[in-house]
Design a protein around this ligand. Sequence first.
Ligand code: NAD
Length: 246
Amino acid sequence: MTRKVAVVTGAARGIGLATTKLFLADGYAVAMIDRDADALHDAAGQLQDVHPVVCDVSHPDQVDAMAAEVAGAFDRVDALVNNAGVADFGPIQEHDFTRWRRVMETNLDGVFLMSQALVPHLRETRGAIVNIASISGLRASTLRVAYGTSKAAVIHLTKQQAAELGEWGIRANCVAPGPVDTKLALAVHSPEIRAAYHDAIPLNRYGSEQEIAEVIVFLCSGRASYVTGQTVASDGGFGSTGIGLP
Ligand code: NAD
């Protein structure tokens, strides 16, 4: 049997890179997708059994070219992890349309486009999709009008995918991480937000990239063969309490 293949977006760093490494440890080959060419080639250059593809997931033409390149490099696709994401926090009245669209293009359009492009390959393997949302898509709080809305939409898109793709044996699930110390979080989490998360999370800490990757790879695996349409929060218990953010 040929080895399984995972396609991971936003794979150059953060949660996407940790997920790539965990797939490799499980024996998969990985197509690493990212728009940051330098970071992608730096990361891929340290790994074996990977194929880096520079692609902005919000551009349909680049996604089509990515799909063709992945099909040329590998004879199968078993898992798609739509992890690429951007964050932009700010008051609702200061969020102009450009900021709103910038978040939607990557966080929502990118998940739609990547999935449309790779479902034909996932049909052949009865594969799995995991979309990365956020606790901000499950609970509303201030400053997250675009980010939280984009992630709530990803949660629904996942249910839609599960409903429509199940007849081909494709499962679609969502992971909603709590705060993780990545470049994305460092850019938008002020000291006040960090302190508030610390107090509001029952485990009183940020998660690690590895802790999120474990849930992603589990949901792609045969161990989750009867799980589809679900959103799994890996958030230290944040979503299970009523404790709020200021
Ligand atoms: P990160 O900024 O460390 O990494 C994101 C990667 O995605 C980068 O390599 C970036 O170049 C790439 N990327 C961004 N836009 C892209 C695009 N349009 N096309 C291709 N690549 C693109 O971020 P992270 O914290 O690892 O986040 C990964 C995912 O987890 C995101 O969807 C994010 O919203 C989600 N998430 C993160 C946290 C957190 O606290 N870090 C919490 C909840 C959810």
